[in-house]
Design a protein around this ligand. Structure first.
Ligand SMILES: [Zn+2]
Length: 254
């Protein structure tokens, strides 16, 4: 039986998401921005929380763990390099597998935004939970790592199968598109994504998940090694990591 997901808003612009295995009843919260909306989603679905899978140590991803663990006695899986993550039961790293009931994730190390950052890829279910590494038409700020590290992490996510649904940690899509259009004003896939995202936002619906196949046609942060993108920002022939660093720097000032 395929995995089920439930996506909902937390804090000001975070996403919470539950992943449910209908065979065993196991249910994971991917990160835990705050307890109340996660508990509300559990009540609405009738699911019981068994696991929390943490992507990185930032407070808006771990702030709800203590309350949820106290209530549900759930297992907390977190990156082994994570600091200040409460209640960790299992520390994982790249190459490890994490089970949620009968569902299995591969752990992918995606440092850059933070040094501990990991993503969870449920390959059989074609789902990837990427936290603050990749956003739709954007990527996380490079806070603890450097641009080359972040570019390498994004390339790993770009290499996932095209039909993989990407769940990210924040709803930033429209703001990201506004910036992306300054990098690739003539990208037709980006223009189509803008029209689609505006419709979703107007209906108060999330703009995610989005497939990696769609994302790599329109997200400039996944396109730093495309010659036209480099040329478009006056960096023809430069190494992709440098082009990526320039795009990220421009976004920081945008
Ligand atoms: Zn973060």
């Amino acid at each position: 039986m395929p995995a089920e997901t439930r996506l909902f808003r937390c804090l000001s612009d975070n996403y919470g998401v539950l992943l449910h295995d209908p065979e065993t009843g196991a249910t994971a919260s991917i990160d835990a921005p705050e307890a109340a909306p996660i508990e509300a989603a559990l009540r609405q679905t009738g699911w019981t929380l068994t696991d929390i899978l943490v992507t990185h140590h930032h407070h808006d991803h771990v702030g709800g763990i203590a309350a949820l663990k106290a209530k549900y006695k759930c297992r907390v899986v977190a990156p082994e390099k994570g600091t200040d993550i409460p209640g960790v039961d299992e520390a994982v790293r790249e190459g490890d597998k994490v089970k949620v009931g009968n569902l299995t994730a591969n752990v992918i190390a995606t440092p850059g935004h933070t040094l501990d950052h990991i993503a969870y890829w449920f390959h059989q279910d074609k789902l990837a939970f990427v936290g603050d590494t990749l956003f739709s038409i954007g990527c996380g700020r490079v806070i603890e790592g450097d641009a080359a590290m972040m570019w390498a992490s994004l390339k790993k996510l770009r290499d996932l199968p095209n039909d993989t649904d990407i769940f990210c940690g924040h709803e930033y899509t429209l703001a990201n598109i506004k910036f992306a259009r300054t990098v690739e004003p003539d990208n037709a896939a980006l223009q189509a994504r803008e029209a689609e995202a505006k419709q979703e936002v107007a209906k108060n619906r999330p703009t995610i998940p989005v497939t990696i196949g769609e994302e790599k046609k329109a997200n400039p942060f996944l396109r730093a090694d495309i010659p036209e993108v480099a040329a478009g920002i006056g960096m023809a022939g430069k190494p992709a990591a440098e082009v990526f660093a320039e795009i990220r720097a421009r976004k920081n000032k945008f």
